[in-house]
Design a protein around this ligand. Structure first.
Ligand code: AMP
Length: 187
């Protein structure tokens, strides 16, 4: 199988090829068609398995297929347990979106830094939010972002997000989301 066998937008194919992705990894071969089909996905895959692209590509495909509105409702949320991971995944999302015309607005939010630039970034909404749970909850509490129209939730490093230290925050985020949405969990 090759990447070009997936019915992904040509701009996403180009970005994947530009990053040297020619043959999908096993997690990509399983998750990309399922996510494009609208299914919920639970994937167990190690770091280095290509799991980030396995959800980032179908996520961007789906976001791009949606009519833009103003302010932009958050379409897709990726939750990660640490700011390093949030930054890494934010980079992959931006990288894979680089050839899209009228591409999505992407906001990456995490704690340990001032919330102000993140609030500014969220003005007018965002199509894709990559976040750690604590800062995301703070931003929701200050009305900087609303998750009520979310269509796709990705829990990356889900095992860590479900750990005792995060379970409460995760529960509070889930309570803010519509029930009718697609969910991908990667662990
Ligand atoms: P991840 O497991 O998402 O952290 O990805 C690990 C590394 O594999 C990253 O450096 C990716 O750029 C790379 N990668 C992801 N998918 C592929 C692929 N299909 N072919 C080659 N490299 C890939």
């Amino acid at each position: 199988m090759r990447f070009s066998d997936f019915p992904l937008l040509a701009e996403l194919q180009r970005a994947a090829a530009g990053s040297g992705y020619l043959t999908p990894t096993p997690v990509q071969a399983g998750a990309i068609p399922a996510l494009m089909h609208g299914s919920d996905v639970l994937a167990l895959a190690q770091t280095g398995s290509g799991k980030t692209a396995a959800y980032v590509l179908p996520l961007l495909h789906q976001v791009q297929a949606t009519q833009r509105r103003s302010p932009r409702p958050v379409h897709a949320l990726v939750l990660l347990p640490t700011r390093e991971l949030a930054m890494q995944v934010g980079t992959v999302v931006r990288d894979m979106a680089r050839f899209l015309r009228d591409g999505p607005k992407i906001a990456v939010v995490f704690g340990g830094v001032s919330a102000n630039p993140q609030m500014m970034r969220l003005r007018g909404g965002a199509d894709v939010v990559v976040a750690t749970p604590g800062r995301l909850l703070d931003l929701v509490a200050s009305n900087a972002v609303s998750l009520s129209a979310l269509r796709l939730l990705v829990l990356d490093e889900a095992d860590r997000l479900l750990d005792a230290g995060f379970a409460d925050e995760l529960e509070r985020v889930l309570a803010l989301l519509p029930d009718r949405r697609q969910t991908a969990m990667l662990s």
